[in-house]
Design a binder for this molecule. Structure first.
Ligand code: TZP
Ligand code: MG
Length: 207
């Protein structure tokens, strides 16, 4: 994978309309201007859009990222990858397998969530471009979040796969982001610290 990916995953904003209590495009615009380096469209869970509405919002968010040269990922939904011309797709352990994804999207960036050692051991790391490790800390944003790992698990992942781009996710805020980076993460992936911020510029800078 290009060396670039490490730095492009540095401040990775994940969001869907269900995470926002105002216009999602406005939130993304602010986050982009504040300095996020990647974005994942994760329209999922209670209150999320589906079908044509999901696609329409995806197109708007995609354009914002394109305009600013920010990587654009879709979460899980393989049917959105081509229409949104996504740079990549992020999947969890129970989604379409990474091998299958790689066959289907040979040139896109593929990210995979890892929540514990068993998942790390059984995952086809050789076909993915980066992993999201977490939840690092307790989070209320994802309803079915697994048990928090801790920074030592992230150290372990980086020890086993030193060249694998790795982001921490889950419960990351302005205070604990440094611990995640110090443990070896190439970036932090966050939802609520940005969507609930009353000063997105300051929040992103502090990350
Ligand atoms: N995957 C693991 S934890 C999580 C996801 C999508 C939620 C992260 O949200 P927050 O608000 O940054 O804790
Ligand atoms: Mg999933």
């Amino acid at each position: 994978m290009s060396k670039d990916l490490y730095s492009k995953l540095r401040k990775y904003f994940v969001m869907g309309s269900q995470n926002c209590d105002r216009d999602s495009c406005e939130v993304l615009e602010e986050a982009v201007r504040a300095g996020i380096t990647a974005f994942q469209y994760r329209e999922k869970g209670q209150g999320s859009l589906e079908g044509a509405e999901k696609l329409a919002l995806g197109r708007k968010l995609r354009e914002i990222c394109r305009k600013h040269g920010i990587l654009f990922f879709v979460n899980d939904d393989v049917e959105l990858v081509d229409p949104l011309e996504a740079d990549g797709i992020h999947v969890g352990q129970d989604d379409l397998s990474a091998e299958e994804l790689r066959r289907r999207f040979p040139d896109r960036i593929i990210g995979l969530s890892i929540s514990n050692l068993a998942e790390l051991e059984r995952s086809p790391i050789e076909v993915v471009d980066y992993v999201g490790v977490g939840p690092m800390f307790a989070t209320t944003t994802k309803e079915d979040a697994k048990k928090p790992v801790d920074v030592h698990f992230l150290e372990k992942v980086k020890h086993v796969y030193p060249d694998l781009p790795t982001v921490g996710i889950g419960g990351i805020n302005e205070t604990n982001a440094a611990d995640v980076l110090e443990a070896g993460a190439d970036g932090v992936a966050v939802i609520s610290v940005i969507t609930k911020s009353d000063d997105i510029l300051r929040t992103v800078q502090n990350l």
